[in-house]
Design a protein around this ligand. Structure first.
Ligand code: GUN
Length: 296
C-alpha cells in the first residue's frame, strides 16, 4: 500500500514558520505583510478559494484585503485598481482570482501587476523566468508540489516525470520546475493519444487534468509516486481528484489524497510568496538607505 503524503500536515508545519517570519517583518517595518485579492463576479469555486486564502492569511500573520467587483466590471477599472495597489507600500502581493469574465483581457490584467508583487507567479516575466531560472515568484500549485516531494525526500533528478495536463497555471510551470531540477519530463494533455503509454513510464506522475478518476491502476508503474492536483466536485457534493485513489494506492509507493494533499500546499505557498515579497521589500529599503548614506 502506498504511503499517503499528508499535505495538510506539511502545510500546518510550514505555516508556523511563516507566522514567525511575518511577525519579524511587522516588527521591523511596523506593518504586517499585505496581500490584496481581487475577486470578480460570483463564481462559487472562486469564492471558496478566496475565502481559504483569506483564512490562511489570518493564520500566518498576513494582512489581507479583498476587493470584490461585479462580473460587469470594465477592463480599465481593473487596471486602475491594480495600478493603485502597485503603488501601495502596504501591499506586498497582488492576486487576481481566475477565471475572469470573457470581456476582460486576461493578459493585460496579469501583466499590469508589478513583477515585485506578482505572488501568483502569472506575470510573463515570472513565467519566462521559469525557463531561464530567473523567476522571482513560482506559481503556487507547482511550487507546493515541489515542496511536498522535497519533504518526503523523493529524488527528482534523473527521474521520469509525466505531467498530465498542460495548463498555464499548473501543468506547464510544473514541467519547467521539474526540468530545472533535472528530471526527464513529458507533458500529456487532452489531445494525447493513448495516455497510458506515457503514464506507465512515470517514476513521478503529476495529474492536473480536471477529470475525476482519469488515472486507473493499469496506467501506473508499480512503485511510482503519484501527485493528484485535481479538485473535482461530484454530483453528491464530495470533492475528488483525478486519480482512482483506492486502486492506485495499491500500486504506488506514495500518493497524495484529495482533499488534504496538494490543495493546502497551494494556499501555503501563496503565503510563502507574500512573505518573501515583503522580505525582498525590506532588503530593497535597506539598499536604498545605504545608497542615500553613500551619496551624503
Ligand atoms: N484559479 C484557480 N487556481 C488559481 C490560482 O492558483 N490562482 C488564481 N489567481 N486563480 C486561480
Amino acid at each position: 500500500m502506498a504511503k499517503i503524503i499528508d499535505g495538510q500536515r506539511l502545510a500546518r508545519a510550514l505555516r508556523g514558520g511563516l507566522l514567525a517570519r511575518a511577525g519579524a517583518i511587522a516588527e521591523q517595518r511596523g506593518a504586517a505583510p499585505g496581500l490584496a485579492v481581487i475577486l470578480v463576479g460570483d463564481d462559487a469555486a472562486s469564492a471558496v478559494y478566496v475565502r481559504n486564502k483569506i483564512r490562511a492569511c489570518e493564520a500566518t500573520g498576513i494582512q489581507s484585503t479583498c476587493l470584490r467587483f461585479p462580473s460587469t466590471v470594465s477592463n480599465d477599472e481593473l487596471l486602475a485598481t491594480i495600478a493603485l495597489l502597485n503603488e501601495d507600500a502596504g501591499i506586498d502581493g497582488i492576486l487576481v482570482q481566475l477565471p475572469l469574465p470573457p470581456h476582460i483581457a486576461l493578459d493585460q490584467v496579469l501583466e499590469a501587476i508589478s513583477v515585485e508583487k506578482d505572488v501568483d507567479g502569472f506575470h510573463l516575466y515570472n513565467v519566462g523566468g521559469l525557463v531561464t531560472g530567473n523567476t522571482i515568484f513560482s506559481p503556487c500549485t507547482p511550487y507546493g508540489v515541489v515542496k511536498l516531494l522535497e519533504s518526503e525526500n523523493i529524488a527528482i533528478e534523473g527521474q521520469n516525470v509525466v505531467v498530465v495536463g498542460a495548463s498555464n497555471i499548473v501543468g506547464k510551470p510544473m514541467a519547467l520546475m521539474l526540468m530545472a531540477r533535472d528530471a526527464t519530463v513529458a507533458i500529456c494533455h487532452a489531445k494525447t493519444r493513448d495516455l497510458a503509454q506515457f503514464t506507465i513510464l512515470a517514476d513521478i506522475l503529476v495529474v492536473a487534468a480536471g477529470v475525476p478518476g482519469l488515472i486507473i491502476p493499469q496506467m501506473v508503474k508499480t512503485g511510482a509516486v503519484v501527485i493528484d492536483v485535481g479538485i473535482n466536485r461530484l454530483p453528491d457534493g464530495r470533492i475528488t481528484g483525478d486519480v482512482d485513489f483506492d486502486g492506485v494506492s495499491a500500486k504506488a509507493s506514495c500518493i497524495t489524497p484529495v482533499p488534504g494533499g496538494v490543495g493546502p500546499m497551494t494556499v501555503t505557498m501563496l503565503m510563502e510568496n507574500t512573505i518573501a515579497s515583503a522580505e525582498r521589500g525590506l532588503v530593497r529599503d535597506d539598499r536604498s538607505a545605504e545608497n542615500l548614506a553613500f551619496q551624503e
